[in-house]
Write a protein that binds this ligand. Structure first.
Ligand SMILES: [Zn+2]
Length: 132
């Protein structure tokens, strides 16, 4: 599959916690889709960006199961690892996103989790993966 990536458009989401820096365009024969580059200014990390356009779907029975306590576990781990960002007692409005989705072979490992606002998660990141 033909694959090429470019970028770059300044992007301004209205939140002071997560600051998307630019949009990476992933171009395949079939479509050109922008993957958002999202920056967590507290621990200074950027959400992992898929580097290829043909990651295989893992059959349902072989996938890591969704962990319903993932957000709580991630929050505890994050605070120990990076200090308390003071995003509230339960991080209201934030969700624990699997950088590589379980559907594509991702796991519940803390290193595969990135905190996203509901808005970024549902309106930007999830639609990108739905179109993948
Ligand atoms: Zn997600």
């Amino acid at each position: 599959m033909y694959f090429d990536e470019g970028l770059t458009e300044k992007f301004d989401f209205s939140t002071d916690i997560f600051q998307p820096l630019q949009v990476v365009y992933v171009k395949t024969i079939l479509k050109t889709v922008a993957y958002p580059e999202i920056y967590n200014s507290h621990n200074k990390t950027t959400m992992w960006t898929p580097t290829k356009a043909n990651i295989k779907v893992v059959p349902k029975d072989k996938r890591t199961k969704r962990d319903t306590n993932l957000k709580r576990k991630f929050r505890t781990w994050y605070i120990k690892e990076y200090g308390d960002p003071c995003w509230g007692a339960t991080w209201p409005g934030l969700q624990a996103h699997h950088e590589l989705p379980l559907e594509y072979g991702g796991t519940n490992s803390m290193s595969n989790v990135f905190p996203l606002t509901e808005d970024l998660h549902w309106n930007t990141v999830s639609p990108w993966w739905k179109a993948y």
